[in-house]
Design a protein around this ligand. Structure first.
Ligand code: NAP
Length: 266
């Protein structure tokens, strides 16, 4: 009986919810957007290129209502402007996924100064601006029983030394993890949860240099992952649906690795 009661409550059903996924046209953001759409949410996605954004939204329309909002999130001003367009196109916001991210790899001796402000802007500053600007919508959408959700996409690189020579990237992701806890503490009383999802290695453009193609993953990388495989769309979508669904409303300030055990088993 108890099992049936939970099932009928639709723990992962997002019908009637609205979400914004930055960088939702491709990579991990696309996996997340497809998961949210499949659960019934209306989803707005961003990409820097308008044609890429429109094409992705058109493809995902098979899953549900998907809205293209092209945006280059290199500056806080751009984030402010994106929220204005989101407000006009969608209105309420139950779920914000700060997924867009930028990396920069280089040897320590020649790692350039310009690799710092650009990475910190996309990975830390604009996610903060997105939360600040969407506060009226998030607060309006959340209730004590079913809060609004903010999920920041962090990285294992911000949790432990991964030797990726991506100095500004790993520092930016550690900053995202701490910012998540800070925001969670401040926004709990306003019925908004804030959590960090911490991916390990997923087959996207960002990790393309680590494999010849999707099948040929560097054996050294696989042996570094306790579960011996890369992450899949199902792996990332499931944790997002858990956090965004009715059953995830009591979790805030958490840092949840989805990494095949890299952080937890290390
Ligand atoms: N793949 C992994 O194994 C892994 C592991 C840990 C963490 N992550 C994190 O997951 C998130 C998604 O990365 P990914 O793996 O999907 O890599 P990706 O395929 O390279 O995607 C990066 C995403 O960020 C967006 N983006 C980059 N710079 C932007 C800018 N200036 N303005 C707006 N959007 C921008 C891209 O949008 P466009 O469509 O405009 O290119 C794209 O959607 C990132 O935060 C990354 O740090 C990934």
């Amino acid at each position: 009986m108890a099992h049936q009661a939970f099932a009928s409550a639709g723990l992962f059903d997002l019908t009637g919810k609205t979400a914004l996924v930055t960088g939702g046209a491709q990579g991990l953001g696309r996996m997340i957007a497809e998961g949210l759409l499949s659960a019934g949410a209306t989803v707005a996605i961003t990409s820097r290129k308008a044609d890429v954004c429109e094409a992705a939204a058109a493809e995902m329309a098979a899953l549900g209502r998907c809205i293209a909002l092209p945006a280059d999130l290199s500056t806080p001003e751009a984030a402010v402007e994106l929220v204005q367009r989101y407000r006009a196109a969608v209105g309420p916001c139950h779920i914000l996924i700060n997924n867009a991210g930028k990396t920069w790899g280089g040897e320590i001796d020649t790692f350039p100064d310009k690799a710092w402000p650009s990475v910190m802007a996309v990975n830390v500053q604009t996610p903060f601006t997105m939360v600040r600007e969407l506060l009226p919508e998030l607060e309006g959408a959340g209730t004590p029983d079913d809060p609004a959700r903010v999920i920041n996409i962090g990285s294992v690189a911000g949790m432990k030394t991964e030797r990726l020579h991506a100095y500004s990237y790993s520092a930016s992701k550690a900053a995202v993890h701490m910012m998540t806890r800070d925001l969670a503490g401040d926004l709990a009383a306003r019925n908004i949860t804030v959590n960090a999802v911490i991916p390990g290695f997923f087959p996207t453009k960002m990790t393309a240099h680590l494999r010849d193609d999707d099948e040929q993953v560097d054996p050294a990388l696989l042996s570094h992952i306790p579960l011996r495989r890369l992450g899949s769309p199902r792996d990332i979508a499931a944790v997002i649906l858990f956090l965004c669904g009715k059953g995830g409303g009591y979790v805030t300030g958490a840092q949840i690795p989805v990494d095949g055990g890299i952080v937890g088993c290390g």
